[in-house]
Design a binder for this molecule. Structure first.
Ligand code: NAP
Ligand code: MG
Length: 494
């Protein structure tokens, strides 16, 4: 089996140690690839190359916005040509249904196109400042941050990479990128494309290897100016700590335990369908998943009856065959999810449907868990408090709007949330009360390249996508020009 290499300083190179790692298809448990397994030493080489590309030659950051934009558009076009291969690769590696992987690739292509346009837009400002120092022209310019370390999770392998790489490149940065070790393959294809379009040497680097070595090095290295991370809150805290050394900029997109609040006046059929999307899309391995359904007591029974009948009808199977849901990403993660299910049962939650590993038919191999609904849940239960990151949803009930809001906010996280109601004023009131970075009304999960994404509270800080996603990768410089050169303003008068 060919070994997929790291990409450092414009070359495909094996890990310095010669170590490799096997990549597994979670639908078949088969080894589908072998990748270089880098460590801190490989990361240091990549950081050195990125530093030289930025501070030494500086070729990329000095290009006009139009030239950088053209390269981003070329990347998008190359991705478009390889759309099927990219989608298939994420399905093989992560397990998700092919149509969902195709959606990810389309979003990723448009993310490059979006930032290709945005980088040419006017920005900054001119400031009308006082003339104590003489007449001044004061304005701002945006500049790239420098060497950006980027670390991603396994749930949206290609899309999470692109949410980081597209704006960072648009802004003119150098990049050292580390994908999740579980799902590195679409990142390798993306780097083949970055190599193909001819970015300057050292401008983009791919280092595969574990979080504890490669990731830790990226987070603490003094030559890295910024680290952006998407992953668990636990690891996010480690990254923030490691980044303290040189006070590098930090962006954290972390976990969630998002409330999906449903009022009795909602269109119940619609709420059921969106709740399905909210918790079972991408096997529930979604940071913004609507994993806590908080529903008005009077409609709970009717809602659960419909939701569980829809969940029980879901087909599970190999993502390539486009089932309703694929396998969980790994055996280890499946066991974590199954363990949460057992804890929920032991703590007294009522399992309405699912709740077990599924092994029928083509699922005899692979890490499949039936869509699972727990009723009679309370805020003190582990299953309500902790992020499961799988197809498991809890149900809690309320009688008043205040109670609904209180339950919704009873979490350490603040990534997302939704409200279902036909009362427009109530929708707006509840949206204002939910402490989360993304909220939906009468829908769940739609995400757009144009709008900012990120969390409150322990779901992290910083924003990706939209104009904010570009600005995260930029510094702002204030420039003051003396319009009366040679004069010293009030200094002169003293
Ligand atoms: P994870 O375990 O935190 O890992 C994420 C990445 O961090 C991986 O590349 C991992 O490397 C690396 N890593 C691990 N330990 C590290 C360390 N000490 N220093 C630096 N890097 C380290 O998360 P995951 O299990 O892959 O993904 C699931 C989590 O991601 C969930 O909590 C989910 O909510 C969150 N997520 C959030 C968003 C969002 O936008 N807010 C989006 C998607 C996912 P290895 O795996 O290679 O060791
Ligand atoms: Mg895999």
């Amino acid at each position: 089996m060919a070994i997929w290499k790291n990409y450092i300083n414009g070359e495909w190179v094996p890990a310095l140690s010669g170590k490799t790692r096997k990549v597994i298809n979670p639908a078949t448990e088969e080894v589908i690839a072998e990748t270089a397994e880098g460590n801190a030493e490989d990361a240091k080489l990549a950081i050195k190359a990125a530093k030289e590309a930025f501070y030494g030659t500086g070729e990329w950051r000095r290009k006009s916005a139009q030239m950088r934009s053209d390269v981003l558009l070329q990347i998008a076009d190359e991705m478009d040509k390889r759309r099927n291969e990219l989608a298939r690769t994420d399905t093989l590696d992560n397990g998700k249904p092919l149509r969902e992987a195709e959606g990810d690739v389309d979003d990723a292509i448009h993310c490059f196109r979006y930032y290709a346009g945005m980088i040419k837009a006017p920005y900054g400002g001119i400031y009308d400042v006082n003339d104590a120092f003489g007449p001044m022209h004061s304005y701002t310019i945006h500049e790239p941050v420098g060497v950006c370390g980027q670390i991603t999770p396994w749930n949206y392998p290609l899309l999470m990479a692109v949410w980081k790489i597209a704006p960072a490149l648009a802004a003119g940065n150098s990049i050292v990128f580390k994908p999740s070790s579980i799902t590195p393959l679409s990142s390798i294809l993306l780097f083949e494309i970055l190599d193909h379009v001819g970015l300057p040497k050292g401008c983009v680097n791919l280092v595969m290897g574990s979080g504890g070595t490669v990731g830790q090095e990226i987070a603490e290295n003094f030559d890295v100016d910024m680290v952006t991370f998407t992953g668990s809150t636990e690891v996010g805290r480690e990254i923030a700590k490691a980044a303290i050394g040189n006070l590098k900029k930090v962006g954290l997109e972390l976990g969630g335990k998002s409330p999906n609040v449903i009022f009795a006046d909602a269109d119940l059929e619609g709420a059921v369908e969106w709740a399905m999307v909210g918790i079972f899309f991408n096997q529930g391995e979604v940071c913004s998943a609507g994993s806590r359904i908080i529903i008005e007591e009077s409609v709970k029974d009717k809602f659960i009856e419909r939701l569980s009948s829809r969940a029980n009808a879901m087909t599970l199977g190999n993502g390539l065959n486009n089932p309703d849901m694929g396998p969980l990403v790994s055996e280890e993660h499946m066991n974590t999810v199954l363990n949460y299910i057992e804890i929920a049962k032991a703590e007294g939650a009522t399992c309405v449907c699912g709740g077990y590993r599924y092994t029928e038919g083509e699922c005899a191999k692979g890490y499949f868990v039936r869509p699972t609904i727990f009723d009679n849940c309370t805020s003190d239960m582990t299953i309500v408090k902790e992020e499961v990151f799988g197809p498991v949803v809890t149900i809690q009930t309320f009688k008043t709007e205040e109670e609904a809001v209180e339950l919704a906010n009873d979490t350490i996280y603040g990534l997302a949330g939704a409200v279902f109601t036909t009362d427009g004023a109530r929708a707006l009131r509840v949206v204002k009360e939910i402490r989360a970075g993304i909220t939906w009304v009468n829908c769940y999960n739609p995400t757009f390249n144009e709008a900012p994404w990120g969390g409150y509270k322990m779901s992290g800080y910083g924003r990706e996508l939209g104009i904010h996603g570009l600005e995260e990768y930029q510094e702002i410089k204030q420039v003051n020009i003396n319009l009366a050169p040679g004069k010293l303003g009030w200094y002169e008068e003293r």
